[in-house]
Ligand binder design. Structure first.
Ligand SMILES: [Fe+2]
Ligand SMILES: [Fe+2]
Length: 270
């Protein structure tokens, strides 16, 4: 049994959004026919602007189903301070999903959402004590033989070449939490640069660790580092103990995404 995920991130409807690229992503996503279409946050550029939500909900409506999403920091309003501090995910709930930390059990793989986007930081992420407890409970609810994959907007580890970027707060503690929850892999975004790594790069003493898979920005012109002005998504195939992650980058000449790198990672037994 193989589970296929189409992992995109940081679609950013608004000024950075490229509608031509966004249409091409839909064509390729339907051609890939994933088991789940995953978006790891930052649906809009500015959550206070209703037109940006309209753009992205129209795009999501035409993307493959089922979909699995979590909010990003740009999905939290910036100017509407009441909402920002007391109802940071109000627009996400209204337009994208009622749950910021959903769980989806498939045949062999469980997806566990973690909400790292809150109103009291500008750019960085955090998992509160309650959210960490919820993640452990969600992990406990997984069928025993399923691979456990967390989807969370903020990154644990900044890819080389980017300097300091605000990721999730206390990343080493979060890596240990993932170890306790027997999380096999985490899918993230936020830095606008594709990356594959491992939580043991962060905490070498972890016995098992979790595979880290980050998608670059799929439809915004704000790619970073070596993906400056580039658009990216990942396709992920999970078969038994193998997780194959393929990075696709947009080629404007052929108006297609081209596979650039394939990583074949292997899950260790717990
Ligand atoms: Fe972003
Ligand atoms: Fe972000």
């Amino acid at each position: 049994m193989t589970i296929r995920l189409f992992h995109c991130s940081d679609v950013h409807a608004g000024p950075p959004f490229d509608p031509v690229v966004a249409e091409r992503v839909l064509v390729e996503a339907h051609a890939y026919a994933p088991d789940v279409f995953v978006v790891s946050g930052d649906f809009v550029q500015r959550a206070d602007i209703p037109a940006q939500w309209a753009t992205i909900t129209d795009w999501l409506k035409r993307a493959p189903q089922p979909q699995f999403t979590v909010p990003g920091n740009h999905d939290v309003p910036l100017f509407h301070l009441w909402h920002r501090f007391f109802h940071p995910n109000v627009f996400y709930h209204q337009h994208i999903h009622h749950d910021v930390a959903p769980v989806l059990h498939l045949d062999g793989v469980s997806l566990i959402g973690a909400n790292s986007s809150h109103g009291w930081t500008i750019d960085g992420g955090n998992l509160t004590k309650a959210e960490r407890a919820q993640l452990l409970a969600s992990a406990d609810s997984c069928p025993p033989d399923n691979r456990r994959i967390v989807v969370m907007h903020h990154h644990l580890l900044t890819p080389p070449g980017l300097g300091r970027r605000n990721g999730v707060r206390q990343p080493m503690m979060i890596a240990r939490l993932f170890e306790d929850a027997k999380i096999d892999a985490v899918l993230s975004g936020h830095v606008h640069l594709s990356y594959v790594g491992h939580t043991r790069d962060l905490v070498p003493t972890l016995r098992h660790g979790s595979i880290i898979c980050q998608s670059g920005t799929t439809t915004s012109r704000r790619g970073k580092g070596r993906e400056k002005h580039q658009f990216a998504y990942n396709t992920i195939e999970i078969t038994g103990e193998r997780m194959s992650i393929r990075r696709h980058l947009y080629d404007p000449e052929t108006h297609t995404f081209v596979e650039h790198v394939a990583h074949h990672e292997y899950f260790k037994p717990w």
